[in-house]
Write a protein of this length. Sequence first.
Length: 76
Amino acid sequence: MVSSVNMKNFGQKLHYLRNQRDFTLRQLAEMLDVHYTHLNKIEHGVKRPSTDLVLRVAEVFGVSTDQLMKDDVELI
């Protein structure tokens, strides 16, 4: 049985990682090639990230996509 991915905490995790690296929304948005308002909406749970964006976030922060996408997997 395959469980569905619940990404409620993705925005919180993104916000945490961004703050850990002292990136502003604008800085991170530039690195990810998206508009900073888009990232803000993701951090606040208004929008969901695309698969491509999840992959880019994982690469920038050196974490797995599971750590980002699965609510039951913690960031270490």
